[in-house]
Design a protein around this ligand. Structure first.
Ligand SMILES: [Cu+2]
Length: 67
């Protein structure tokens, strides 16, 4: 089990948080996605290391940017 922490920029409300949670949670092997609106903090667990590009693509898909 691996866990990862990133920072997401561009989120302004609870809908943004949910959109990021949904897209990142859809990555194969990812669980327990936590997103904090104020800090932009994104954390999740995964059964194996998830490449940063994959996380960035999911966040981008939601409409936000991985810093
Ligand atoms: Cu929003």
């Amino acid at each position: 089990m691996a866990s990862a922490t990133y920072t997401v920029t561009g989120m302004t409300c609870g809908h943004c948080v949910n959109a990021v949670k949904e897209e990142v949670g859809a990555i194969d092997g990812v669980s327990n996605v936590q997103v904090e609106l104020d800090s932009g903090s994104l954390t999740f667990d995964s059964d194996q290391e998830i490449p940063r590009e994959k996380v960035a693509a999911a966040v981008d898909e939601a409409g936000y940017t991985l810093r």
